[in-house]
Design a protein around this ligand. Structure first.
Ligand code: NAD
Ligand code: GLY
Length: 396
């Protein structure tokens, strides 16, 4: 059933406190680590957050035993972090294999996914083999999907190395590849065993990618936690300067909110759709411009502005709220205006692409809207109004 209610800040806030008290085996070993638990009965797992974690063998001690591990990474991340991860896994797994995929959203497809299966089969990997996704959201989504389907399911671990992946894509078990007709259209819900957010990896992230990650951080404010939005306003400069303490707080709070949402609605029967604030417009930009032209987070940045503007035109938020969001999006270094996808009928092209969105029902597009600051809802909107928003919010 679609989510028609509102998010509840009070519940999410109390969850925050509960999470802080959770005992963690890993944290007891390494006290500078913060742990957020994804609470999903027998599919529960910890998100470990701290600096220089991925090269520490202690982090991996509780994982399932296996003869082999396969690190799945890409040609950009492998030279930076694969050796450290390989060394940390060596005490636990007799064989640690590696496959480095081509880098980029345009490679998030069947052909590249098949390279993971090739590696697994060529190395004779059995059904206990543990996959390690070392990289950003593209690697995480593809590795998760490979883990879900190789021999009908093998364990996997997320080692996210982008801000976007640490605050969103590595958490919650959504895995997918793209189809030329739609983003993330082929995939599975499949939870990792563990998420290792090593904040030190963010030191090497290009500035544009850091900004893209901030889009997914910002979204948690309007949909769930206006105190967090205020904190982001106070600390945006620190985040852009990669202040470690500020990044730790942003990653932790984002994961807490996501953990609460996923804990209520793992397979997006309703509530979980609020995590897609800005994504309906954003996915249309990514697909319409050709995957890789706009970064995912850039589409989400402009998409949040468009969704907030639609919310305003539906009378759900005021002008001041939209202006406040725009300032934050701009300060994060993200685009404020959507791309022109079709010079002749731009709004028509957006509508066409948005009808392929996974939230659409019987061809009716459903938008994540802001229903008052800190509250989200999911609902349809008249095409004419959506056209007005697209015309008002796109460049050109
Ligand atoms: P990405 O995976 O393409 O990584 C961005 C770039 O940064 C790549 O070039 C990568 O090689 C490079 N990189 C990664 N870590 C680095 C590091 N530490 N230092 C230097 N370079 C590094 O992009 P992303 O923004 O991480 O993820 C976007 C993807 O995530 C999209 O495909 C999106 O659909 C998906 N996503 C999934 C979910 C989910 O819930 N599963 C949520 C949000 C986004
Ligand atoms: N990033 C959206 C979700 O995990 O549901």
């Amino acid at each position: 059933m679609p989510f028609t209610g509102r998010t509840n800040i009070a519940v999410i806030s109390s969850f925050h406190t509960m999470q802080s008290d959770l005992p963690s085996f890993i944290s007891s070993l390494m006290p500078s680590i913060q742990t957020v638990l994804i609470d999903l009965a027998d599919r529960s797992y910890p998100i470990e957050i701290g600096a220089a974690l991925l090269g520490s063998a202690d982090i991996y001690v509780g994982l399932p035993a296996a003869a082999a591990a396969l690190i799945v990474t890409n040609t950009t991340v492998a030279p930076l972090y694969a050796d450290a991860l390989r060394a940390a896994l060596a005490p636990k797994y007799a064989q640690v294999h590696l496959v480095a995929l081509p880098d980029g959203e345009e490679h998030k497809n069947w052909q590249t996914l098949n390279l993971i299966f090739d590696a697994l089969l060529q190395h004779g990997c059995d059904r206990k083999t543990v996959l390690f996704a070392l990289g950003g959201g593209v690697i995480g989504d593809m590795t998760g999907f490979a883990a879900a389907s190789y021999m009908r399911g093998v364990p996997f671990v997320q080692v996210p190395t982008t801000l976007l992946a640490q605050v969103d894509s590595s958490v919650g078990g959504k895995t997918a590849i793209n189809h030329p007709l739609g983003k993330n259209m082929i995939g599975a819900f499949y939870q990792p065993q563990l998420v290792v957010c090593d904040l030190a990896t963010l030191d090497t992230l290009p500035a544009r990618e850091l900004s893209a990650g901030l889009a997914e951080v910002i979204k948690y404010g309007p949909i769930a936690d206006m105190d967090f939005m205020g904190w982001l306003e106070d600390h945006m400069d620190d985040l852009l300067a990669r202040d470690r303490a500020a990044l730790a707080h942003a990653v932790r709070r984002s994961c807490e909110i996501k953990a609460w949402v996923v804990g209520q609605d793992e397979r997006e029967a309703g509530l979980r759709a609020i995590l897609n604030f800005g994504h309906t417009f954003g996915h249309a930009i990514e697909a319409g411009m050709g995957y890789g032209a706009w970064l995912h987070g850039e589409g989400v940045g402009a998409g949040m502005v468009m969704a907030a503007e639609l919310s305003r035109r539906l009378g759900l938020v005021d002008e001041a709220f939209v202006a406040r969001l725009k300032v934050l999006v701009q300060r994060a270094g993200l685009p404020l205006r959507g791309a022109v996808l079709d010079a002749a009928d731009n709004a028509g092209r957006y509508l066409e692409l948005m009808r392929v969105d996974k939230k659409a029902e019987a061809g009716e597009i459903r938008f994540v809207l802001i229903d008052g600051p800190g509250r989200a809802c999911v609902r349809a909107a008249p095409d004419a109004l959506v056209r007005e928003v697209i015309d008002a919010c796109c460049a050109g």
